[in-house]
Design a protein around this ligand. Structure first.
Ligand code: PLP
Length: 379
């Protein structure tokens, strides 16, 4: 998908023309690269938060067809969205589940992470009638969900009673992207010792998974049977190993020029008049703003791609619009597509570069893409 290959944008009925172009072929290729990187371990493809903004159902279907062991989501609602969208593979709800939601999860064949000791008695009561697979979450150092190693000992009897349903044990790295692997290795050792405790109590989860994308890319997998990458499947990465592996960003954000006009030197643009035209230039207004997930603080700091070049976003980004400055000689007209997030990782408007400009991570930019943006999928 390059800027030249973009088809003319279909106008939204109300005249908005903004869409996320999601190349599912790239996601499938990223999946295959990750399969190689993890030496054939099973992959739970993480598709929570609307597949990191890419579109949960189409991405989930593509990953399931590509051979994912299952898909991981954060809530019951996200799991149901996939099921109702025709995704038949195993689905794991990472964020735990209130006991009253167990019958619904069981009816839809969802698996759940058990995030602490609080509901063990309820699960034991409910599961005989409403069976579902459980993945015990062990807090090896993330400090949010999961059994602390110190409290596991007190729960072993209750867990043994649930063992027919315990399919997996899992943890989550806090620092897998950190070049200093000290803490990650400590988490791994804690995970192994928790697994040994479970084994000694007669609890044998068939699946063990502690690794997110960066752990997969950095070889922090021990003898885990499965992994849970998210970001890497979308072709985004925080570590150099991801680029070496050839991950391809799957999403481009494209907006159509809504209006273009030539303004004289001295013209100010947008709220707060933060941009003053230094000489005559064209101002192209695009129907994309912070309500769509294009961050306000990218105004005067980002560029967009157009006609094989890049041009600056000038003035403040407003709720529904942003403005781009073009030299007067560059031909531009309403309807012309401009690329706001590029699928080329080396481009100055790639998600990784824009995230770095903002001092954030690419996750935040893709997850922030509003559902009102049309998603178009390439297969
Ligand atoms: C529990 C859990 N597992 C796996 C992932 C995937 O992480 P990443 O996108 O860094 O691969 C996440 C993401 O936040 C997560 O919360």
């Amino acid at each position: 998908m390059n800027e030249q290959s973009l088809e003319p944008l279909r106008r939204h009925p109300e005249g908005r023309a903004l869409r996320a172009e999601v190349d599912l072929r790239r996601i499938v290729r990223n999946f295959a690269r990750m399969q190689e990187a993890v030496s054939g371990r099973g992959i739970w493809g993480v598709v929570k938060a609307n597949a990191y903004g890419h579109g949960a159902v189409p991405v989930g279907r593509a990953l399931a067809e590509a051979g994912a062991s299952g898909l991981a989501v954060s809530s019951l609602e996200e799991g149901l969205e996939l099921r109702h969208g025709g995704v038949a593979c195993p689905i794991l709800v990472l964020g735990g589940l209130r006991p009253e939601a167990v019958p619904a999860a069981s009816a839809e064949g969802l698996a759940i992470a058990v995030v602490g000791p609080e509901h063990l008695a309820d699960y034991a009561r409910l599961l005989p009638a409403h069976p579902l697979n459980l993945h015990l979450k062990l807090d090896t150092g993330m400090g949010r969900f999961g059994f602390l190693p110190s409290e596991l000992g007190n729960c072993l009897a209750e867990l043994r009673a649930l063992s027919p349903w315990i399919e997996g044990a899992m943890g989550h790295f806090a620092t897998a992207d950190d070049p200093d692997q000290g803490f990650a290795l400590r988490q791994r050792r804690l995970f192994e010792s928790c697994l040994a405790q479970l084994r000694d109590a007669g609890i044998h989860p068939r699946q063990r998974h502690h690794g997110n994308s960066d752990a997969c890319l950095r070889g922090l997998l021990g003898d885990d049977t499965h992994v849970r990458p998210g970001l890497a499947l979308y072709g985004l990465t925080l570590v150099p190993e991801g680029r070496t592996l050839g991950l391809e960003p799957a999403l481009e954000l494209v907006a159509e020029v809504a209006r273009v006009k030539t303004v004289p030197a001295g013209t100010t643009v947008g709220y707060g008049r933060t941009f003053v035209a230094p000489h005559p230039l064209q101002i192209a207004t695009l129907a994309c703003g912070y309500a769509d997930g294009y961050r306000r603080d990218l105004g005067n700091r980002a560029v967009v791609g157009f006609r094989e070049r890049t041009f600056p976003v000038v003035g403040r980004v407003s709720m529904d619009y942003l403005t781009v400055a073009l030299p007067v000689e560059v031909p531009a007209a309403p309807g012309d597509p401009m690329v706001l997030f590029s699928g080329n990782p080396a481009a100055p408007h790639s998600l990784e570069r824009l995230a770095a400009t903002l001092g954030t991570i690419p996750y935040e930019l893709t997850c922030g893409l509003h559902r009102r943006i049309t998603r178009r999928f390439f297969t």
